[in-house]
Structures are given as C-alpha cells and as structure tokens.
Design a binder for this molecule. Structure first.
Ligand code: AP5
Length: 222
C-alpha cells in the first residue's frame, strides 16, 4: 500500500530562504511546488488580467488583494498532480483571511515549516539576490554565485529587492505573521535558517522523512 502524499507549508520573512529550500525539497520529495510569488510573477510577465492587477502591489512591496491570490491557490491545489504527488505551499497563506479560506476548503498541512533569520541578514540576502530567467534558479552574488559567466550575464534582479522595499515587505510580514502562526501552531516547526542552505535542508528533509516513515508504518499495520 502507498502512504498519503505529503502536504507541506513553508513560511518565513522575505528572503528567509523559502524558495531555496523548496528547490531542494522538490528535488528530493517530488512535491508540487505552489509559490504564490512565482505564480504572480508569471502572470505579470505574460501580461494577463491578474498580472495587470497585481503588478503595482508587488512592485511596491505590498500584498496583492486576498481574493486574487486565494482564487489562484484554490485552483492550483485542486489539480490532479497536487492530489497525487502532494504539495509544498510557499508564500501562502500570508494573511488571516487567506488562512481562513484554506480552513473553509478543509486544506490542512502535515507540517508548517517556519524559517527564522535575523532582520539585518534578510536585507543583505534580498539586495544580493539574482534569478536565472532560463532555469528559474535562485542565486546570491556573494552567498551563492552563478556557476558560469554565461549564467552570470543573464541573471536578473526583482524590482521589489531594493533595501527600501525589503523593509516595507518585512514590516508587512511582521504585521501578519502572528495570526498565521497561531492557525498552524499544532503542526509548526521553527527552523534556524541563518545557516548554509545545505544545513537547513538537512533539518527539513529529516522532518519530512519522519512524517513519511510514520505514515508507512501505520499503513502497513492497517
Ligand atoms: P514572494 O515571492 O513570496 O516573496 P517573499 O515572501 O518576500 O520571499 P522571497 O521570494 O523574497 O524570499 P525567499 O524566502 O523565497 O528567499 P530565497 O530562497 O529567494 O512574494 C513577492 C510578492 O508577491 C509579495 O511582496 C506580494 O506582493 C506578492 N504575494 C506573494 N504571495 C502573496 C500572498 N499570499 N498574498 C498576497 N500577496 C502575495 O532566498 C533569498 C536570497 O538569499 C537568495 O539570494 C538566496 O540565494 C539567498 N539564500 C537563501 N538561503 C540562504 C542561506 N541558507 N544562506 C545564505 N543565503 C541564502
């Protein structure tokens, strides 16, 4: 018999390393990565109606209206691949209303990973972040530089990654985090994410493997 697929939420301040950990988690566990930031950036770059509505909010570092993001996530979670392979929800819920919407849909994670990093480090991580538009991979000019000159030349910076906008994003995160954390306190695990990404991943993968292992033992007994 096959155990139920994993349902994982990952949260933390801007640049706490959510996207970076998600790359590693997806490689190892094959979950469907649902990043509201990535989905919204894709809508903006293809110039859809959602993208047009979301763009100004994102560029100024504020939250996109709940109804837009909730509809996007509900649609993505209901697809067959997410049900079959399990999911990794990154950047959602980000407000009390978003957490409530998931409760209404009866969506609960097995685990809520909370990445913790001191504020001053977050700013430096954002300002140094670069993205590869070809592979989608996340780099950092100092911490994780690109592997070749060819990649280096095509890297891009996010419009919301200036020091000023990072500070605004961090402020919004702090205003909302309490309400979200309290909704998931029963499955929350805090992780010290101010360590190299491999060390952080070592801890996250152990946590996820433990859940799967327990589930397999249960399924075998049943
Ligand atoms: P989103 O894309 O979700 O941005 P964010 O939460 O601010 O998170 P980031 O993508 O900035 O950081 P991350 O934690 O993924 O870090 P990363 O791994 O890249 O959202 C963007 C915008 O979209 C929002 O402002 C809002 O407008 C809108 N939006 C999204 N979701 C929404 C929602 N639910 N509701 C409403 N609006 C929404 O790492 C950062 C850098 O650090 C990289 O350079 C990386 O290489 C480096 N790094 C990573 N890990 C380490 C490490 N362990 N050590 C050293 N460096 C590291």
């Amino acid at each position: 018999s096959v155990a139920e697929p994993l349902k994982v939420m990952i949260s933390g301040a801007p640049a706490s390393g959510k996207g970076t950990q998600c790359e590693l988690i997806v490689q190892k566990f094959g979950l469907v990565h649902i990043s509201t930031g990535d989905l919204l950036r894709a809508e903006v770059s293809s110039g859809t109606d959602i993208g047009k509505r979301a763009k100004e909010f994102m560029n100024s570092g504020s939250l996109v209206p709940d109804e837009i993001v909730i509809a996007m996530v509900a649609g993505r979670l209901s697809r067959e691949d997410a049900k079959e392979r399990g999911w990794l929800l990154d950047g959602f819920p980000r407000s009390f209303a978003q957490a409530q919407s998931l409760e209404k849909l009866n969506v609960k994670p097995d685990i809520f990973l909370l990445l913790e990093v001191p504020d001053e480090i977050l700013i430096e991580r954002c300002v140094g972040r670069r993205l590869d538009p070809v592979t989608g991979k996340i780099y950092h000019i100092k911490n994780y530089p690109p592997e070749s000159d060819e990649i280096k030349e095509r890297l891009v910076q996010r419009p919301d990654d200036t020091e000023e906008k990072v500070k605004a994003r961090l402020q919004i995160y702090k205003e909302n985090s309490e309400a979200i954390i309290s909704a998931y306190s029963d499955v929350m695990v805090k992780i010290d994410a101010n360590r190299p990404k491999e060390a952080v991943f070592e801890e996250t993968q152990t946590l996820l493997s433990q859940i799967l292992l327990k589930r397999m033992i249960k399924t075998d007994k049943a």
